[in-house]
Every structure is written in structure tokens, then in C-alpha cells.
Design a protein around this ligand. Sequence first.
Ligand SMILES: [Zn+2]
Length: 77
Amino acid sequence: MANLHAYWIHHARKTESTVTGYIFLPKCDCSNCGYTSTMEKSVCPSCGAAMDRTAPKDAMVVEDDDKKEEKKEEEKK
Ligand SMILES: [Zn+2]
């Protein structure tokens, strides 16, 4: 088996209730195979990669849950 190394890409959601503007979800993807886990494990259960790499700061999946807020306030005259 090859020595795979990867990192977890965290899922986040945009929010106005935190300073960063994001709220992190208990979900993360393997950067190697894309497997989604609910917690950071030391080894990816899917591809067996050692998750010992540090994820880049911008490595996150932003989930869009704001579809409800499609406010198209078109004023009809
Ligand atoms: Zn994986």
C-alpha cells in the first residue's frame, strides 16, 4: 500500500453570528479521496491516507444553506 498523506477539509457555513463569518460544521472531507467524515480521524477510513498534513487556510467547503433567503424583493408597481 502506498504511503498516502492527506488532510481534512472542513465544512463550514456562512453565518453572521461569529467573528470569522463562518461556523464550522462537524463534517470534513478527505483531501485525497473526498470521503466525508463526521470527525477528524488520524487515518482516512476510505482510502487509508494518513491525515497528517496541515490543511491550507482556505481549504474548506462552504455549504450554502441560504437558499431560503432568496429575497427577490421586486417591487411591483
Ligand atoms: Zn481518503
